[in-house]
Write a protein that binds this ligand. Structure first.
Ligand SMILES: *[C@@H]1O[C@H](CO)[C@@H](O)[C@H](O)[C@H]1NC(C)=O
Ligand SMILES: *[C@@H]1O[C@H](CO)[C@@H](O)[C@H](O)[C@H]1NC(C)=O
Ligand SMILES: *[C@@H]1O[C@H](CO)[C@@H](O)[C@H](O)[C@H]1NC(C)=O
Ligand SMILES: *[C@@H]1O[C@H](CO)[C@@H](O)[C@H](O)[C@H]1NC(C)=O
Ligand SMILES: *[C@@H]1O[C@H](CO)[C@@H](O)[C@H](O)[C@H]1NC(C)=O
Length: 950
């Protein structure tokens, strides 16, 4: 579940070590030898607390027995600021403390024990019951010596990322452990057999990498089990129904796995002792009636969020008082009147439940002041947002985005909800100005995708708190300029894109250091101030405005953290100034009037990801220095005036898989080594939905940057949804697939487009080695070879265009193996012999794929291969195709979605935002070769039309 839950037993036993009544008047209680031992421990462990005087029982971290005076509890746990690194423990230093009952060494960076001083030496500490070694770096072998301490009952090993192994569990079953916390360790593979561990009362193996099923793991033999937390693993299959026989269960958290649960099920009906039940983020299906929990009067937390699309939850009333209810993605389809009975709710997630009727929610807001988190996004709530009459102190998260709320924003939001941390009202129908929003704790404010209107200067200088971390006002109707306000702005992310902000950029933008500033798609004019190099941006996005003049040379030295610079679709002129910004990973200067040479050394910096300089007037040769370790994924230089040869160095770009040099004056041959380009590109890697470690490696530093990226993927998703791709979009979103992996998605298109140049010679014979290719366009050149057989190995190919060359020979029959192909043309060459069999995909290509080759014959051409005088085929019925013309562009996108929606959808969505030029690339391609592309989608047009007719 979304909340970091600490199992009750652990919370009780470990976080609050046993406190004895302080009994005074006993004189000196501290035992001298124990005092010396403590001082020795302090010295050995380099602790810095002040321990003075003889009475060690009064020292901080130390608890003594009230009568005997022996030290019983030591809590050295977790000093976030005390940054000792990699401590080797000498466990024997604790031995003099014979009466020790509980010991916490949490968060001390312990990574092992010194030779001969391991935990086995504690076998003499016969009272040691509770041991907390969480947040260290201990490994399995060090830990396994704990089996020598028979008195242990409670063991906390959370977040020791090197602890793993079935054997460990087997060894531990020898102990009579009751509470075991192995959260965030490194268990993987299937769950170890637990059936012999009958002493267990509470077990957490949450947040490991366990997989497989829970069947025959002996779980149901653990009759004393009260708490079971297996959340955040990769378990699949059914939950064993016999869990319902464990009548002591109080907590069951199986959330964030891939369990399949078909409701109704009686599994939990008899476990009336349950307080906490979370099955959230599994595959829940069928229909669940909440009344089946009517005997669970203790239930406080109920998590039923699902990743499936059709899980119906029927709630008429709730016979218990919940603190936390998660029903995200369930189908409620009702007004949530059950909320009227809930008096203790603290967190409520009703997102994407098709709920409507705002009244119960407003009731809750007004009448339940204990509420801290309210997530209602993506529902059908309508009406005006009314805030409670009285101040609501506890609410910190409010998300009502993606509903149909209307009217103006409530003016008193700061007064009524003074402790909000996160407020998301985006994607509603709010209009009018932004009221004063100034709350001390507000970090994240999203008002995007509404119809808010006001002078932006007014909004930013008068109404919004500058201490916000993230502010999104994009996709509204803000106007005016923000000339005078920039010196106030302190947020790390400011999004103003898609408004009507006009006039010049203020000089003040040089003095601020945003992580992300996006003012794209506005009406900015004037020049980019020379001082821009002083600014400290991570991402600066100014595309689609009317900016002009030259690009200041300072931009090269701009901040040492600039990661993304998008100046595309403006009127910048002059040359591209420099080449050496080392941190820049994505550069888009496309669609301007830039001229002169492109400083190719930009490509050599090892961490570049993508460069788009297309649609300018750049000239000169494409010279690339040797770059052995370039991470460049995409290079787009289409539609310029580059001449000379394609440099062989391009072959060294092992990650490059989008190369678009079309519409230039390139001559010479295609280097045969090009087949090694993109060699290391691995689409699987990019598709991986694994952990977020890669993102950390990219070192963005600020999660908001990721939110920004995410939002734009989602945003474009909305746009596409409006055009009817809803299902794919929703499905992916509900699976959380967009999560923080945008950059992997960024380059899923694999394109080589060298079309419309003056290339001569061969198509490289071994081009089939570039198996990752999805688009190959070599059309409109002067290529003379035959079509290599190996093209048939490009199994991912969606589009193959070799038209308008001078290719000779026969069309290799093996091409029919390209079953994903949607676009195919070899028209206007000198090919001879028969066309390809009209099987599979190839049945969808008509004569325009082949025409203009005088010596080709066979269907769909009218020339028969047997006799030129055979009866001609009847003229093609044109109606079916011609109607589709206007929607071709979209349909081409759509058709690739439908077949390869993961690849193309996400590739394109991201492209649509980041690379408006890439979109153009695709669309221009359509303009230019509309006919050819057209044929590719004929079949698809028909399908759509059939669907529309029905
Ligand atoms: C561990 O501590 C004990 C007791 O102070 C000492 O005798 C022993 O030498 C230490 N061992 C190591 C390896 O430092
Ligand atoms: C479980 O994980 C292991 C390694 O983590 C992997 O080798 C195995 O294929 C996975 N099994 C299943 C069923 O996913
Ligand atoms: C809050 O509860 C009171 C008493 O039940 C009721 O009169 C009032 O209308 C409620 N507020 C809202 C917003 O429903
Ligand atoms: C808030 O919670 C406390 C403790 O759980 C409870 O006593 C109180 O009645 C609740 N207040 C409201 C308004 O529900
Ligand atoms: C947005 O507001 C403007 C007036 O401010 C209005 O003319 C326009 O119709 C509104 N658009 C929508 C979609 O409500």
């Amino acid at each position: 579940m979304g909340y970091n839950f600490i199992p009750m037993l652990l919370a009780l036993s470990l976080l609050h070590p046993v406190q004895w009544e302080i009994v005074s008047g006993y004189g000196l209680r501290c035992k001298e030898e124990e005092r010396r031992a403590l001082l020795h421990i302090k010295a050995e462990m380099s602790f810095s607390f002040k321990w003075e005087g003889k009475e060690c029982c009064n020292w901080e971290k130390v608890t003594c027995h009230p009568i005997t005076g022996h030290v019983t509890d030591l809590d050295f746990g977790y000093f976030p600021n005390d940054y000792t690194i990699n401590v080797m423990l000498n466990a024997t230093i604790f031995l003099p403390l014979r009466q020790l009952r509980s010991l916490s060494l949490s968060g001390l960076h312990i990574y092992g024990c010194m030779p001969g001083t391991g935990f086995e030496s504690w076998s003499g500490l016969s009272n040691l019951k509770m041991l907390n070694l969480s947040y260290n770096n201990l490994d399995t072998s060090t830990i396994s010596s704990l089996v020598e301490i028979p008195s242990l009952r409670v063991l906390d090993l959370e977040d020791n990322p090197n602890i793993q192994g079935d054997n460990l569990v087997k060894e531990f079953t020898a102990l009579k452990l009751e509470v075991v916390n192995l959260r965030s360790c490194r268990f993987f593979g299937s769950l170890p057999y637990l059936g012999d561990w009958s002493s267990l009362k509470a077990l957490s193996l949450a947040n490991n990498n366990l997989n497989g099923t829970l069947t025959s793991k002996g779980l149901c033999r653990l009759e004393n089990l009260e708490e079971l937390d297996l959340s955040n693993n990769d378990f699949a299959g059914n939950i064993p129904a016999c869990i319902g026989n464990l009548s002591s269960l109080k907590l069951v958290d199986l959330s964030d796995n891939r369990f399949e649960v078909k409701f109704p099920t009686s599994m939990f009906e008899r476990v009336v002792s349950l307080r906490y039940l979370s099955l959230s983020n599994n595959h829940l299906e069928g229909t669940l009636s909440i009344s089946s929990f009517s005997n669970h009067s203790y239930l406080e937390v109920l998590g039923l969020s699902t990743s499936a699309l059709n899980f119906q939850v029927e709630v008429s009333n709730m016979p218990f008082q919940l603190q936390d209810l998660e029903l995200s993605n369930c189908n409620l389809s009702v007004e949530p009147t059950f909320l009227y009975s809930q008096k203790k709710l603290r967190a409520l997630d009703l997102s994407n439940t098709r709920s409507k009727g705002l009244s119960p929610v407003l009731w809750l807001l007004e009448n339940n002041t204990n509420l801290t988190q309210l997530d209602l996004h993506t529902n059908f709530f309508t009406g005006h947002l009314r805030l409670p009459l009285l101040t609501h102190e506890n609410l910190s998260v409010l998300d009502i985005s993606d509903n149909h709320l209307s009217g103006e924003l409530p003016v008193d939001v700061s007064a009524k909800l003074p402790n909000l941390y996160y407020l998301n009202l985006s994607n509603n129908y709010f209009k009018g100005p932004v009221p004063l929003i100034s709350m001390a704790n507000l970090q994240y404010l999203d008002l995007s995708l509404n119809n808010l209107t006001d002078d932006i200067q007014n909004t930013l200088s008068m109404n919004l708190d500058y201490h916000l971390n993230f502010l999104d006002l994009s996709n509204n109707n803000f106007f005016g300029s923000f000339t005078n306000v920039t010196h106030h702005l302190e947020m790390s992310t400011l999004l103003l894109n898609h408004n009507k902000i006009s006039r010049e950029l203020p000089l003040g933008i040089c003095n601020i250091s945003f992580w992300v500033l996006d003012i794209s798609n506005n009406e900015l004019s004037g020049v980019l101030p020379d001082c821009i190099g002083r600014a400290g941006y991570m991402a600066l996005v100014l595309s689609a405005n009317h900016l002009e003049g030259s690009i200041p040379s300072d931009i090269c030295t701009m901040s040492n953290q600039l990661w993304l610079l998008d100046l595309s679709d403006n009127k910048f002129s002059g040359s591209i100034p420099c080449s050496n910004n080392a941190t820049l990973q994505i550069l888009d200067m496309s669609k301007n009037n830039l001229s002169g040479k492109y400083p190719m050394s930009w490509l050599n910096v090892s961490n570049r990801l993508a460069i788009d300089i297309g649609q300018n007037m750049l000239s000169g040769e494409l010279q690339i220095w040797n770059s052995t370790e370039s991470s460049l994924n995409g290079f787009i230089a289409r539609d310029n005036m580059f001449g000379g040869h394609i440099p062989e160095q391009i072959c060294h770009f092992k990650y490059l898989h989008i190369l678009d040099l079309s519409f230039n004056n390139l001559s010479g041959q295609i280097p045969s080594c090009i087949i090694t380009m993109g060699l290391k590109y691995d689409s699987d890697l990019y598709m991986d939905s694994g952990s977020s470690t890669e993102v950390e490696e990219l070192n963005f530093g600020d999660a908001n940057f990721l939110i920004y990226i995410n939002k734009h993927i989602i945003l474009n998703n909305y746009k596409i949804q409006a055009d009817g791709l809803q299902n794919y979009g929703m499905e992916l979103m509900s699976k959380g697939r967009f999560d923080f992996h945008w950059y992997k998605i960024l380059f899923l298109e694999c394109i080589i487009d060298l079309s419309s140049n003056k290339l001569v010679g061969n198509i490289p014979e071994d081009i089939g080695q570039m198996t990752w290719l999805t688009t190959l366009n070599l059309s409109n050149n002067h290529l003379t070879s035959a079509i290599p057989n190996s093209v048939s190995k490009l199994q991912q190919l969606l589009s193959l265009d070799l038209s308008h060359n001078s290719l000779t020979g026969k069309i290799p029959r093996e091409l029919t193996k390209l079953t994903s192909l949607e676009v195919f043309s070899v028209a206007y060459n000198n090919l001879s012999g028969p066309t390809l069999d009209m099987k599979a995909q190839f049945a969808t290509f008509d004569n325009r794929s082949y025409e203009g080759n005088p010596n080709l014959c066979g269907p769909p051409l009218s020339e028969s291969c047997f006799s030129y005088h055979d009866t001609k085929l009847p003229p093609r019925n044109k109606t079916g195709d011609d109607q589709g013309d206007e929607s071709i562009e979209f349909l081409i996108l759509f058709s690739s979605f439908s077949l390869f929606f993961v690849v193309s959808f996400w590739g394109l969505i991201t492209v649509l935002y980041f690379k408006s030029n890439w979109r153009c690339a695709l669309f221009n391609l359509v303009d230019e070769y509309g006919d050819v592309m057209h044929m590719g989608v004929v079949l698809f047009v028909r399908k759509i039309r059939a669907a529309q007719d029905n």
